[in-house]
Design a protein around this ligand. Structure first.
Ligand code: 5CA
Length: 440
């Protein structure tokens, strides 16, 4: 992509309304724009990152056996009356009426709708286990939308819903998502810790929040330090291995970890003092097992092998991809700007032309652009007529992992300079070597 043909409205100044670093950097880097309180437009750069996050979330959901679909954002109030949540959900739910005065709502979550879909088609134990998910916008009329995408009113959610014949099988479904979440966050470059959590309006008695530690996190959390070094299951993990998955979950829940709502001070203080982590965290995912809370009132029953009808056992599993974009920035930035982990970087490489209009420099930049593109890596090419200093600052701000600086001085010696954003290290090399290095 040539910057001269792109839409990347960066800001020099930090907008005053932004309190935390991810919010500031997203506005400055031209990733998003506020349209109303807690409601944002994703600009092209922001969308590229959001899509990369979603792609990883999707791959790991699919790997764990969940099946993607897409439910609407607008739901009927009648559906929510069946579960009893229409009145219980309170002011966070955006309620609307259509032209026929029918009561509708903008979905804050989808337990009711997915239960209705399940009961329409699935009647037998042979139809389960089943896990359906979608990635869809949600609306929650938060009292205090703040911190940009971190606590928005409109936000993107991946929500999966599992259906099983009994509690034991539902536990395995829960464990699959638990392991998929560990993998998802690790692939996004984050260290997540599953913590026992309160279930709030979703309900149920088994629940974990996946928390990443960050000083600006909204949650107060307490955990054992060793979690930070626990190994995450690799891509070859067998999701059908029931005892194997249980063992992984047991390990990842063997030490103390809880959010402030579930905190047990006495238990925490039993941990050796140098292993106690008392910190702030960002909730990036939340999983629930709630049994028959929705299936019983909504008559989502399956006939068991013994011929008896039983309400299906359910769980739901949420990840916030839009919140994750902000969370990744909170975890990975410096004074100059964002430092994208490679898997979610909007581009892997940015080419900085240090003397736009100089024939040799332009031609070297074009050559690198074409060669990288040919190797399957489309770079961003900063081809505007700006000072080198402004180009360096902009490249650091938007956080592309590799910068290639090309100017007449280096070219005179047949060299370009390759800089790694993460540690600032720089190396002079030939154009050919740069292509090889960056295409690896
Ligand atoms: N139905 C269940 C699981 S699918 C559910 O709604 N869970 S939740 O309320 O915990 O939300 C799931 C995830 O959505 C959270 O872990 C968080 O990552 C994200 N999320 C929740 N509220 C917001 C918000 N206001 N802004 C951004 N992301 C949010």
């Amino acid at each position: 992509m040539r910057l001269s043909r792109y839409f990347l409205p960066t800001l020099r100044e930090s907008p005053r309304e932004a309190e935390i670093v991810s919010h500031k950097l997203m506005l400055r880097a031209g990733m998003m724009r506020q349209e109303a309180a807690g409601i944002y437009a994703f600009l092209p750069l922001g969308l590229r990152v959001l899509q990369k996050v979603c792609a990883i979330v999707r791959e790991e959901q699919d790997r764990a056996g969940a099946i993607e679909m897409l439910m609407p954002t607008i739901q009927s109030a009648d559906l929510w009356r069946e579960s009893g949540r229409y009145d219980a959900y309170g002011k966070e739910m955006l309620r609307i009426k259509d032209r026929h005065e029918r009561e509708m709502l903008y979905g804050p979550t989808n337990e009711e709708m997915i239960t209705e879909i399940f009961r329409a088609y699935c009647k037998s134990y042979k139809d389960v286990p089943l896990n359906l998910y979608h990635i869809q916008w949600k609306f929650r009329d938060e009292v205090r939308p703040r911190f940009g995408l971190m606590r928005g009113r409109e936000f993107l959610m991946k929500d999966a819903y599992s259906f099983d014949l009994d509690q034991a099988s539902a536990r395995h479904a829960y464990n699959k998502m638990f392991v998929a979440y560990l993998r998802t966050f690790a692939r996004l470059g984050l260290k997540s810790i599953p913590m026992r959590a309160d279930t709030g309006p979703i309900g149920g008695d088994l629940s974990h929040e996946f928390i990443i530690l960050a000083p600006t996190g909204e949650s107060e959390v307490f955990c054992h330090k060793d979690y930070l070094d626990f190994p995450v299951p690799d891509a070859g993990v067998n999701f059908d291995d029931i005892p194997g998955l249980q063992a992984t979950v047991d390990k990842w829940t063997s030490l103390y970890a809880a959010t402030s709502e579930m905190h047990d001070k006495a238990a925490f203080e039993k941990i050796a003092a140098d292993k106690q982590v008392s910190a702030r965290g960002i909730e990036v995912g939340h999983i629930f097992y709630f049994g028959t809370k929705y299936s019983a009132p909504m008559n989502a029953n399956v006939t068991g092998p013994d011929g008896k009808d039983v309400p299906v056992h359910m769980g739901s599993y949420g990840i916030g991809p839009s919140r994750l974009v902000a969370a990744i920035i909170e975890a990975s930035h410096d004074d100059a700007g964002i430092i994208w982990p490679e898997p979610v970087a909007p581009w892997r490489v940015v080419i900085l032309n240090l003397k736009q209009g100089d024939a040799a420099t332009d031609s070297a930049c074009e050559q690198l652009y074409r060669q990288l593109t040919g190797r399957g890596i489309e770079p961003l090419y900063h081809d505007l007529d700006e000072r080198p200093g402004a180009k360096f600052a902009m490249a650091d701000l938007i956080g592309i992992p590799w910068q290639v600086m090309i100017g007449p001085r280096g070219l005179a010696e047949g060299k370009v300079e390759v800089k790694r954003r993460a540690d600032g290290s720089k190396e002079l090399m030939s154009l050919v070597a740069a292509v090889d290095r960056l295409a690896k």
